[in-house]
Design a protein. Structure first.
Length: 759
């Protein structure tokens, strides 16, 4: 990459980028690093009209909108800017999306937690409406009329009574001279005036995806860069006792080896440590890594074996834990003489296994560094790299490429820190490339969990007391050494907010130490909490010989708002206001009733290898009901002919992309249910690639997934993650309906559903 500053006009630079259909911040499309940094940060600011950090207008009418969140297949790079374009009445064909670098002025850039649209729905509307008002005022001033007499059409201001019209580009220069209106002066369009919200658009980068022009982390390049492959400690916290790198250095193309220190607890986003092989090509780096001879000190976690730990978790789950929610007196009711039903559930560690493994290119020059990476959180990259190098985070520029999937893994930028540390030591740009084996064996895993459920039921099979206790190494262990109990953020996810109308209820959590890195994973704690609650509900319904859906509706009870705060429950509500996003059982009941109708529930009986399963769950402020149909043949092979989702996510910006998220969730959930299992022996992860950590193949995927979106005027909620939690128990409940074999632990691949096991 040249260090010479080229005298290129801003307009010429932009024309070159967009005419090629290039992804704005992929390094290979940039003339040089210094200019790229300036262009990315100042493009909007240099536009003649830029009343907001999110939008800028040129005199030719081109609208530039910042995409400050990351794109990993969810279409956030389309949907979030689309909100602004709608409020601006912009012609989408004249909109150019510019990917933001990490910068606090954009607010949170953490593309995680299904909150991009929810958090920035109003800020984007405000930016668009503010710009629209300035254009209207500029036109009114030129025409000598009141702004109240003017309106906007598609990319133009209109004065209806005189028939005058002005394209936005014609008004930019005049509008730029006006003061930015106060927030109180800005009025949003009415819902029936929306042009794009609720209709959506194709992904902005669709053509680039299809033609191979899209720039991902793997595409980042720099002149003179070295490639790095890292031999990480096989056990978390392991250190190097001795190193022999002679054979590695003899590999053609290998330049040197560099030792990376093992992190100091807690692991946070620090590098795992190990030995990096720096080479001219990825091939040479990987071949050199194979030749390293390292004697490891595996440390305390060498005693960790997942089969032993599983039994420990299950034992803990049957002991009293920390009480998070308590109503009535469950102990008294359990002793009252009614029938008591108990069940234990288990889900192992899961790996993210996104299509694109972690990648990062870093160029350290003195006390400044530029990073190009597939990250869900560029601000975390800035902070983590700054801390590792001992420089201000403001000195770290993070360019965000497209992500080949993320699922939460790429919000942890340890791989970007590795690249920066190695670049400083090498004195050159360094690109760290993780192999699939690295990705599977050194992940921030979805936690392993054991859950104990207990209910006392009356003569009609209805619970009179309900106890639930979950035990799992918490995500907090990644940020606080020794943390063993869950925090409110994990407890809120389908556990403390159980929606059933029960007189006696206790919700608990037990302690569990972490022996691997624990991190966010698509839908997080909702996976194991929904699996336990929804499967146990199905078990109770079966014991009561009741219809599963009607039984669930009876447990939920009449429509009501559940005020968890009034109950003394620490409930973060996914960071949203309970007044704006209450726990509303009426919405939950509605999606359940609709799912029964849309799926034809009850029209075909389960049994003889055919089964229908149901589950419903609120997560990320969205209400979802799911019905899964399975077919199990005499050999135990499972097919999924049909899935029906009903989704209430409030105001939906991009319906087609929302449906895609739920279709993908069904495939992702199938992977979790069928195959998902990460195990450890003597502290080392046993799986390494898709041969032993499988994901759903095409013949195993649901053949038909129907997604029905409930239309209402509630504020927007999440759509990326809520499809996973109800799917897994619905699928397992369907298997029970087909085979009478209850699924209480995953993965299904370890269970036998052949004819001999059916009853």
């Amino acid at each position: 990459m040249s260090t010479e500053i080229q005298n290129v006009s801003r307009r010429g630079f932009l024309k070159g980028m967009f005419s090629a259909g290039a992804f704005v911040l992929a390094v290979r499309y940039l003339p040089d690093a210094a200019f790229a940094q300036d262009a990315a940060r100042s493009l909007i600011d240099q536009a003649p009209l830029h009343p907001s950090v999110y939008v800028g207008l040129e005199t030719d009418g081109t609208v530039y909108i910042i995409a400050h969140r990351s794109e990993m297949g969810t279409s956030s790079r389309t949907s979030v800017p689309l909100i602004l374009a709608d409020e601006l009445d912009a012609d989408w064909s004249r909109v150019k999306i510019v990917q933001a670098v990490g910068d606090p002025r954009y607010g949170s850039q953490d593309t995680d937690g299904s909150k991009s649209v929810r958090e920035f729905f109003n800020p984007m509307r405000e930016a668009g409406a503010t710009t629209r008002l300035m254009l209207v005022r500029a036109a009114a001033q030129q025409w000598g009329v009141s702004p109240d007499e003017c309106s906007t059409g598609l990319h133009q201001v209109v004065h209806a009574s005189s028939g005058r019209k002005a394209d936005y580009g014609q008004l930019v220069a005049a509008a730029a001279k006006l003061p930015v209106p106060a927030k109180s002066e800005v009025k949003f369009k009415k819902r029936d005036q929306w042009r794009y919200i609720g209709e959506g658009e194709d992904p902005y980068d669709l053509r680039d995806y299809c033609t191979g022009k899209a720039g991902f982390g793997i595409d980042a390049k720099s002149d003179g860069m070295l490639f790095a492959a890292i031999a990480h400690p096989l056990v978390l916290g392991g250190t190097i006792k001795s190193l022999d790198d002679k054979s590695a250095l003899a590999v053609k193309g290998v330049q040197r080896t560099v030792t990376i220190e093992t992190f100091k607890p807690p692991c946070h986003f620090q590098p795992l440590g190990g030995v990096a092989v720096l080479a001219d090509t990825t091939w040479a780096a990987f071949q050199g890594r194979k030749q390293l001879k390292i004697d490891w000190d595996n440390g305390a976690n060498a005693a960790y074996s997942s089969d032993v730990f599983k039994r420990q978790l299950q034992e803990t789950a049957r002991k009293p834990g920390k009480v998070w929610r308590n109503q009535g007196n469950v102990d008294k009711e359990f002793a009252a003489g009614n029938r008591v039903i108990e069940a234990d559930y288990y889900i192992p560690h899961l790996a993210h296994a996104s299509m694109e493994p972690p990648m990062a290119l870093a160029d350290v020059r003195g006390d400044h560094v530029e990073v190009w990476t597939c990250t869900q959180n560029p601000q975390a990259v800035q902070e983590s790299v700054g801390t590792a190098l001992g420089i201000p985070k403001e000195n770290v520029v993070c360019h965000v490429t497209l992500l080949g999937g993320g699922f939460g893994r790429k919000s942890k930028p340890d791989y970007a820190v590795e690249a920066a540390v190695l670049s400083r030591k090498a004195g050159k740009p360094v690109k760290v490339v993780w192999s699939r084996e690295d990705d599977v064996q050194f992940d921030y895993y979805h936690t392993v969990s054991a859950t104990h459920m207990k209910a006392a039921v009356d003569a009609n099979g209805r619970p009179t007391a309900w106890l639930q206790r979950s035990v799992f190494p918490p995500i907090g262990s990644t940020f606080q050494a020794g943390a063993e109990l869950a925090g409110a953020g994990e407890m809120q996810q389908g556990w403390t907010d159980i929606p059933y109308d029960l007189p006696n209820l206790r919700v608990e959590n037990g302690p569990a130490p972490a022996h691997v890195r624990i991190g966010w994973f698509r839908s997080v704690a909702n996976i194991y909490h929904a699996f336990a609650v929804q499967t146990f509900t199905d078990e109770l319904a079966s014991n009561a010989s009741a219809d599963r859906i009607q039984y669930a509706l009876d447990l939920i009870g009449p429509p009501r708002i559940i005020d968890l705060k009034a109950m003394g429950v620490d409930y973060p509500n996914y960071g949203a206001s309970p007044a704006e996003y209450p726990v509303d059982t009426a919405r939950l009941r509605h999606v359940i009733e609709q799912a029964a109708e849309k799926s034809g529930w009850g029209k075909e009986k389960s049994g003889n290898g055919v089964g229908y399963g149901f589950a419903a769950h609120r997560s990320f402020l969205t209400y979802v009901a799911c019905v899964v149909k399975v077919e199990v043949n005499a050999d135990g092979d499972i097919a999924i002919p049909r899935v029906d989702y009903v989704v209430d996510a409030g105001t939906v910006v991009n319906p087609d992309r929302t449906r895609s998220q739920f279709e993908g969730a069904a495939v992702y959930g199938t992977s979790i249910a069928r195959y998902g299992e990460i195990t450890a022996k003597n502290g080392a992860i046993e799986q390494s690639n898709f041969n032993d950590y499988q994901v759903t193949r095409l013949p195993e995927a649901p053949r038909q997934t129907n997604v029905y979106i409930v239309e209402n005027e509630a504020p927007p909620a999440g759509v990326g993650e809520p499809g996973v939690p109800p799917y897994v128990p619905a699928m397992c409940n369907a298997i029970f309906a087909a085979t009478r074999k209850r699924v209480r632990e995953l993965p299904l691949a370890k269970l036998d559903f052949s004819k001999a096991s059916q009853s």
